[in-house]
Design a protein around this ligand. Structure first.
Ligand code: ADP
Length: 412
């Protein structure tokens, strides 16, 4: 081969190489453009090995788009579901800025779903109860609730607002409109208070007449005496019931904190012991074993009623020959009142419900011993108002211990 033919061949080879290289560069550029903006630069069919690469990439992208669409659909369905909840829902970040809120929350708090995200919740919901809830939640991020009054469309509504931890660092706020429930509870409370008041007057008249027979003009004949005794007992029972109902309704409806009086608890225990001895009529040994926790701040009437109910219950539910002790001492810095009896005890399944109104383990026995079924409900309300707690330990057939722990800062 002469030199000219060789040069020609080399030239042809170089040409072919250049074409192949240009083709590779074009396909590589197409890939780069696609990676940058896949919607603007669709992948060509490609040649050789590129053909396979491009078709795989196209397939993967299609699957990816499909998955994204499905995810988007699912998210949208969730968003719509939360959006259509009757409860107000808000997502708050770690700093308690609003991240997102649904339509109900916008209505309840008069907020705007576009304008308000990014703002601190306490700047938009200005009620002091809400600020307290947020402060308390930030100190202890566990589920916590409060009642709030909020205006919507010129009408005041009552909202039960709950904060609870959500995902790793977020907080979920759920607000339920409880206006109707609160109204009906208030109505019921007013009704009970009114009925109790109304019953008082006729009962006073009946009791007055019954007492007349005790004095100058006692009933004659066995049957008349028996009827008179029964009527007097039942009138007395109704009096107690009405008194307890009025006490309970005034505790429940009082929006005020309890009176701040200094109560001489050791002296109160002496009085309660004497009253318990009178109720027991010599059937029990009743002692005060400790009075070392001293004086207390609170409402004297309310605490007298709460402690008294516990002591009188101990007398009522302890058979003759039993022993009752009262102790007033500091336990872990908290002033604590405990009444221990050797009475009939309470089966464990009843204990959680004892403070409900009219809940009795044995209705017949409660009535027989002069109970109203309201004593422990009164105790519970008094303790809630004073920040105290009631603990009940009991063994059926052996006896019970009712323990009241009050906050340390109530010591006077
Ligand atoms: P009651 O007027 O019926 O005593 P309370 O609310 O005071 O109502 O108490 C609720 C119920 O709890 C009582 O009916 C009784 O069954 C039970 N109970 C309360 N105290 C005692 C006690 N010391 N020993 C046993 N049972 C008790």
């Amino acid at each position: 081969m002469n030199a000219a033919a060789l040069a020609l061949l080399l030239l042809a080879l170089a040409g072919a190489l250049a074409i192949a290289l240009a083709l590779q560069i074009r396909q590589r550029n197409a890939l780069r453009d696609w990676l940058i903006a896949p919607d603007l630069h669709p992948l060509p069919d490609g040649r050789g090995v590129w053909y396979e690469i491009f078709s795989r990439l196209r397939k993967t992208r299609k699957q990816e788009q499909l998955r994204r669409a499905e995810l988007g659909n699912a998210l949208e369905r969730f968003r719509l579901a939360v959006q259509s909840l009757p409860e107000g829902v808000m997502l708050l970040d770690t700093q308690m800025h609003i991240e997102w809120l649904n339509d109900a929350a916008c209505r309840q708090f008069a907020l705007d779903a576009v304008r308000d995200p990014g703002t601190l919740a306490v700047q938009l919901i200005r009620q002091s109860e809400f600020r307290q809830l947020i402060d308390s939640y930030r100190a202890r991020p566990v589920k916590q609730s409060t009642l709030l009054r909020a205006g919507s469309n010129g009408e005041e509504r009552v909202l039960s607002v709950t904060l609870l931890p959500f995902a790793a660092t977020g907080t979920l706020l759920v607000a339920t409109d409880v206006t109707e429930q609160v109204r009906s509870e208030l109505g019921q409370r007013d009704f009970i208070a009114n009925v109790s008041h109304e019953l008082r007057t006729p009962l006073t008249v009946i009791t007055g007449f019954l007492e007349q027979f005790n004095g100058d003009d006692p009933p004659t004949g066995e049957m008349a005496r028996r009827f008179h005794r029964l009527m007097a007992e039942q009138a007395e029972r109704m009096n107690r019931l009405i008194a307890d109902l009025l006490t309970l309704s005034s505790l429940e409806s009082s929006g005020q904190p309890p009176r701040d009086e200094v109560i001489d608890v050791p002296a109160l225990l002496e009085t309660l012991r004497n009253e318990a001895l009178a109720l027991s009529a010599g059937r029990h040994a009743i002692d005060i074993t400790d009075s070392s926790a001293g004086k207390l701040r609170g409402s004297a009437d309310e605490l007298r009623s709460a402690f008294g109910n516990l002591v009188f219950n101990a007398v009522r539910y302890t058979p003759a020959g039993g022993k009752i002790t009262m102790a007033w001492r500091l336990i872990d810095g908290q002033p604590t009142f405990a009444v221990t009896d050797t009475g009939i005890g309470i089966p464990p399944e009843h204990i959680p419900r004892l403070t409900e109104r009219f809940y009795r383990v044995d209705k017949g026995r409660s009535t027989a011993v002069g109970g109203t079924g309201l004593g422990l409900a009164i105790v519970k309300h008094v303790l809630v108002r004073h920040g105290g707690m009631l603990k009940i330990d009991s063994v059926p057939g052996k006896g019970s211990i009712f323990t009241v722990a009050l906050p340390a800062d109530r010591r006077a």
